[in-house]
Ligand binder design. Structure first.
Ligand code: NAD
Length: 424
């Protein structure tokens, strides 16, 4: 079968190749109808837009943006918006495909979508980022809407970005539409607990794993790569539960302390504009070194392609809990499996974000808001249910946790496609 060719990422690591290879392996194991399996390899639609904005120095710079709907059989498209220099059509398509499996795995009535703009927000002012967001929203407005496609935050976007998208969309239709995005501030219809949901959902599964393996959290050490929305919350939750967080990093590098880092103070240090690697009292380490530090729990919460066949043999953890999307290549997966590492794969591990995004969309639709206790209870229930299903299928079929998670998601989408039939 031809491979959908959308180009390579800049680092030469093709996320789409990985995503399609995962799909092909899972389709084979499921014995999927080849007509359905082949359709799933391609996105339903992909929009490429030019986003021209006036910079603070008066120049007009044109950025390239994307919004991809991979599959919307189960409901409106759902997926984050990423602002990063790595953003490309192929990266966005791979991320949209993973969203399809993730929503289906969690039994959430959404399809898979993703978007982004190729830009470096570290070099842009707040006004420039706002202009970029508003123009990008206008360019993709024909694809989004509370019943069509609901964006959310991803790398280098946050609740402020979502508020600008909601405002731009609302201005175009003439009334306020909070349900067009999730991950927005509570005051404009956001949900309590959404910002923390991905990190908290990941920790629900880490603690369930420790329980299963009969390991005492207080005797565990953890390393967290990426200290943004997902990584900082995961690190804080682990630290609060007395896990020793020995190393943490951001894009500039990491901080290591064998006795454990005070994560609350580290968050304050970063909030005040400090780099993780400059945290007083800690030893600076590179991101590469960080991944090889011996620990019980390794939590990649940054970007894709971090654990590869080159560094997998040097990774020394018992549990790999993936907060990021696509941090481990298929080749690395096999090496880690041989070493007996317990993997919580990305489509399961980081699904707390989309789960609470679903709660936010339900609350916006019903105009009735839940308290934080209800949200975190429902989040934990859905995370643990999916976790049990993945472990059960992995055991039954003798496949990895990643393959089991993908098989559950893919089979649900394929079944829905079979019932809906091929239009016209
Ligand atoms: P963010 O922008 O809030 O934080 C990203 C962090 O990663 C920053 O600390 C940044 O400095 C760091 N980073 C970037 N490149 C790095 C590298 N090469 N090495 C080490 N650190 C690096 O982003 P986020 O929302 O926390 O997203 C992180 C990951 O989690 C992404 O892969 C994203 O797709 C995934 N994810 C996010 C959500 C969510 O709700 N935000 C949900 C599911 C999955």
């Amino acid at each position: 079968m031809p491979f959908p060719s959308w180009g390579e990422t800049r680092e030469g690591h093709s996320m789409l190749k990985e995503a399609v290879e995962q799909l092909d392996r899972a389709s084979h194991l499921l014995g999927l109808d080849p007509n359905v399996a082949d359709r799933l390899r391609y996105p339903k639609r992909a929009l490429v837009v030019t986003v021209p904005i006036r910079m603070d120095d008066g120049r007009v710079v044109s950025y390239t943006g994307y919004r991809v709907h991979h599959n919307v059989t189960l409901g409106p498209g759902k997926g984050g918006i990423r602002y990063s220099p790595t953003v490309s059509l192929e990266e966005t398509t791979a991320l949209a495909m993973w969203m399809t499996w993730k929503c289906a795995l969690m039994n959430i009535p959404f399809g898979g979508a993703k978007g982004g703009v190729c830009c470096d927000t570290h070099k842009m002012s707040r006004r420039e980022i706002q202009a970029l967001t508003r123009r990008y929203t206008s360019e993709i407005v024909m694809l989004i809407g509370p019943e069509r496609d609901i964006p959310a935050p991803d790398m280098y976007t946050n609740e402020q970005t979502m508020a600008w998208i909601m405002d731009t969309y609302s201005m175009q239709v003439g009334y306020s539409v909070p349900g067009v995005v999730t991950g927005k501030p509570v005051v404009v219809g956001g949900s309590l607990g959404r910002r923390e949901a991905t990190g908290i959902g990941l920790c629900n599964l880490i603690f369930a794993t420790l329980d299963r393996l009969k390991l005492d959290p207080q005797k565990m050490t953890a390393v967290v790569q990426g200290f943004g929305n997902v990584g900082s919350v995961a690190a804080l939750e682990l630290w609060r539960d007395k896990v020793k967080v020995v190393a943490v990093s951001d894009v500039y590098g990491g901080a290591y302390h064998p006795a454990g880092l005070p994560v609350d103070a580290l968050i304050r240090h970063v909030d005040e504009g400090g780099k993780v690697s400059e945290f007083p009292g800690a030893t600076a380490v590179s991101n590469r070194e960080l991944l090889e530090i011996p620990c019980d729990i390794l939590t990649p919460c940054a970007t894709a392609g971090q654990i590869t066949k080159e560094n997998a043999p040097k990774i020394q953890c018992r549990i790999l809990a993936e907060g990021a999307n696509g941090p481990t290549t298929l080749e690395a997966d096999a090496i880690l499996a041989d070493k007996g590492v317990f993997i919580i794969p990305d489509v399961l591990g980081n699904a707390g974000g989309v789960t609470t995004s679903y709660f936010e969309w339900v609350q916006d639709t019903q105009k009735f808001f839940w308290d934080i206790g209800e949200i975190n209870r429902q989040l934990e229930r859905i995370m643990l249910q999916a976790f049990q299903e993945v472990l059960a299928l992995s055991k039954e079929r003798g496949v990895s946790h990643r393959m089991a998670a993908l098989m559950i998601g893919i089979s649900r989408v394929a079944e829905a496609m079979r019932f809906r039939g091929l239009y016209p």
